[in-house]
Design a protein around this ligand. Structure first.
Ligand code: GLA
Length: 757
């Protein structure tokens, strides 16, 4: 026992700095859920428990003639089936003679650290303590361990379940949720995050009324369609006020979460791997372990809830040499050249990047095999010497000679039918007997449940990165799975995590950026290997703002790759001004993905200043405490702060004539006086400069020009800043001022607040 975990006469309390989680063993050995919310004490259990004093008409008695024994009414820690609890069961099994489960308390263990996974799935680390509850089915046929781990400072509790077959006969598991809890809470709204390719993390809010809400992915992966993380909030909770509960999984495969409310007002919440077509047979003594789930609670609004998740992911999920390091500003050649590059083009792009301040050059797709478009070559690792005559090492040496890091793209889980690998091993792909194999982006997925396939990837990726002196890997995966069962997905994930661990835990100096056509696998499972993930293939700044905002509810900015790309944008054909593209990418891990050599001098000057400004504030932008502001549809605002210093991005979606006054709210500052600044961006001009603005006109030798945005420095107290400081008006047609905010259809400025000495 320690300060985080208490037990007294079958009552249990898990405490974090600001939350408590209470349950107890009831008269029948079942685990009764009592409270998950603000911090209380173990002695509150009686007061906070449901008072089951009356019978309910058709309910089934668990103990003959005992009215208080109805299983359908009691809130539980894990739902049984077949014993009169008609809510969604947390576990589905079948065995000779039946399908019911009746798990009863058989003991517990505590530890002051986490319990590592037995099966090889990744999990959180550096815990404040853990509690394992041992349950045994009343027939003695099977046992269930519920493992709870506390992360005190993050205000997070993790849960997972392990089912063990104690009988001589086979037992088949068809569902095993990582967690389940019955919350007696009302006025709840479920916030979950949905989308598709180039449209990830779109927040959807649904009231939790009668019936069941089920969100899931069945693509094989955590998916861009539905993220595994979701939030339950009160219907009046805002960014700064009110209660919310958050749930997520440390898992990258198909998942399922169920929220169902019954007429007694009980909300059963559960989540885990997706159980569709899942069937896992356990022999005597064998066990099945779920992925780890993590949850948090706050009574101080959505920002506070997100901050708990951010803290937990930074300190207990992300690991390795890059965990707390400032992430390098990168230049990636993909949107600049696609497949049509040679070493000379790459080197001149890197050189230009270096001159502007970039620190890492990434060679994306197209460097291997016959990969001259996306129809061929995946699966092969031999470098294309027509493009790179001196191989990866030759290029890498040139990049290193510029004092830049060198990064390389791989898509190791996939294979093109037109590849040497597929010709040699057509049986290595995921397939079902007698069915036609389906391609996605002209590729099949390899069967990572097979050891020889895992070893092929471990060996080849390992060899290329070692020989090529690679400092950063972009690990891509560009299609959904087909021809798979739920059981297969679980096995695939075991294989994937082994591969990632073997390659990257053994090479901790490598910065891994996971990618799956953007955010098709943006989850805490991948973050156990990959400190950052390419958030979306959509680099249109306005679209991207919404995607990054959605992701920010669950994941910290240090996990979000965010690049400035060319205009007109490749996804939307929209042209957004260069400083505004930067103002969005600055709230994330900054990169540039365009042909920098083609820019005019004013654009280069602006980018050079952007990168210098980003480096100056990078620690805040990657690791500061993050806040969203409650805004209307036309506006958005984000702040990162460390208490003494803050950066605030202010965004407006459409230029309006006679736009109303707007306030900037800066949260998270210590009490005191602050100097307020603004990044004096240069808006490159493609229109003539009005003569009134001549004093802020910047021109370059090549004839390009832009308008330098100006700001009159001023001071404000933290109180005034959190209340909201009115910003300068946006241009309107009756006049011009060098201090106005610039008229753009998608406009933005970046402000700083620095505490006065
Ligand atoms: C995916 C990725 C892109 C890029 C291409 C290369 O679409 O998301 O960033 O790497 O593949 O083919």
């Amino acid at each position: 026992m320690n300060q985080y975990i208490e037990e007294h006469n079958g009552m249990f309390a898990l405490h974090t700095d600001h939350t408590s989680y209470l349950f107890r063993v009831d008269a029948y050995g079942h685990l009764e859920h009592i409270h998950y919310g603000r911090r209380v004490s173990l002695s509150d259990e009686e007061a906070l428990s449901l008072k089951q004093t009356l019978p309910y008409g058709t309910a089934v008695e668990y103990e003959d003639n005992v009215q208080r024994s109805f299983r359908d009414i009691e809130p539980f820690e894990y739902g049984n089936s077949g014993i009169g609890d008609y809510r969604t069961p947390s576990c589905l099994v079948s065995y000779a003679g039946g399908t019911s489960t009746d798990f009863a308390f058989a003991g517990f263990d505590t530890d002051d650290k986490e319990q590592v996974m037995q099966n090889g799935f990744p999990c959180a680390y550096d815990a404040s303590g853990s509690l394992t509850i041992h349950l045994v089915d009343k027939t003695g046929r099977m046992a269930l361990d519920l493992i709870y781990t506390v992360y005190g400072k993050s205000d997070v509790i993790t849960r997972r379940a392990v089912l063990i077959n104690l009988s001589e006969e086979e037992l088949t598991v068809n569902r095993l949720m990582s967690y389940s809890l019955d919350m007696m809470e009302d006025n709840l709204v479920m916030m979950s995050f949905h989308g598709n390719w180039v449209k990830e993390m779109q927040r959807k809010d649904v009231p939790v009324n009668a019936g069941t809400i089920s969100i899931s992915s069945r693509t094989g992966f955590s998916s861009n369609m539905t993220n595994p993380g979701f939030i339950l909030r009160r219907n009046d909770t805002t960014e700064m006020h009110g209660e919310a509960w958050g749930f997520n999984l440390v898992y990258s495969g198909s998942h399922k979460s169920i929220v169902s409310r019954d007429e007694h007002g009980c909300v059963r919440v559960m989540g885990g791997f997706n159980d569709e077509n899942f069937s896992w047979t356990l022999g005597n003594g064998e066990q099945l372990e779920t992925p780890e789930a993590f949850m948090t609670y706050s009574d101080a609004g959505m920002n506070s809830l997100s901050q708990h998740f951010h803290h937990f992911i930074r300190h207990h999920i992300v690991r390795g040499a890059w965990q707390y390091k400032e992430r390098p500003v990168l230049v990636n050649d993909w949107e600049a050249f696609l497949f049509t590059f040679d070493e000379e083009k790459l080197v001149s792009l890197a050189q230009q990047g270096k001159e502007l301040g970039a620190e890492l050059f990434v060679l994306d797709d197209g460097w291997f095999g016959e990969r001259n478009d996306d129809h061929a070559g995946l699966g092969d690792y031999n470098v294309n010497t027509k493009k790179l005559p001196e191989g990866i090492r030759g290029l890498s040496d040139k990049i290193h000679a510029m004092d830049m890091l060198f990064g390389l793209w791989f898509e190791p889980e996939a294979v093109n039918p037109d590849s040497d690998l597929y010709r040699a091993h057509p049986d290595w792909i995921i397939q079902e007997d007698g069915r036609r194999n389906l391609t996605g982006r002209y590729e099949y997925l390899l069967d990572l449940s097979r050891r020889e396939v895992q070893d092929y990837i471990i060996e080849n990726v390992g060899r290329v990165v070692d020989e090529g002196h690679v400092d950063y890997v972009k690990w891509d995966m560009n299609r959904h799975m087909t021809a798979m069962s739920g059981t297969f997905v679980y096995k695939y994930m075991l294989g994937l995590y082994r591969v990632l661990g073997e390659i990257f835990y053994k090479r901790p100096h490598i910065l891994l950026e996971s990618c799956a056509s953007g955010g098709n696998r943006f989850d805490a499972g991948m973050m156990c290997y990959s400190p950052q993930i390419w958030t979306s293939d959509d680099t249109d700044a306005m679209e991207r703002l919404g995607i990054q905002k959605g992701a920010s509810y669950l994941y910290p900015l240090s996990t979000m790759g965010a690049h400035v790309s060319a205009v007109p944008n490749a996804q939307t054909m929209r042209s957004i001004s260069l400083p505004v593209r930067f103002a969005v990418s600055a709230f994330g891990v900054l990169g540039y993905e365009l042909d920098l050599t083609e820019l005019n001098d004013i654009e280069k000057k602006e980018i050079k200043e952007q990168i210098a400004w980003y480096k100056q504030h990078r620690h805040l932008l990657q690791y500061g405490t993050f806040y969203r502001t409650d805004c209307d549809d036309a506006h958005e605002s984000f702040t990162v702060s460390d208490g003494k210093e803050a950066v605030t991005g202010v965004y407006r979606r459409m230029m309006m004539a006679a736009a109303p006054m707007e306030r900037m709210h800066v949260a998270g500052l210590e009490q005191g006086e602050y100097e307020i600044g603004m990044r004096n961006a240069i808006v490159p001009l493609d229109i003539p400069c009005p003569s009134e603005l001549g004093s802020c006109l910047e021109t370059a030798e090549d004839g390009s020009s832009g308008i330098r945005l100006l700001w009159k420095p001023l001071c404000a107290s933290s109180a005034a800043l959190s209340y909201g400081m009115p910003l300068p008006l946006v241009f309107n047609s009756s006049g011009l001022s060098p201090y106005m905010r610039y008229p753009l259809d998608f406009g933005a400025e970046l402000y700083t607040a620095v505490k006065k000495k």
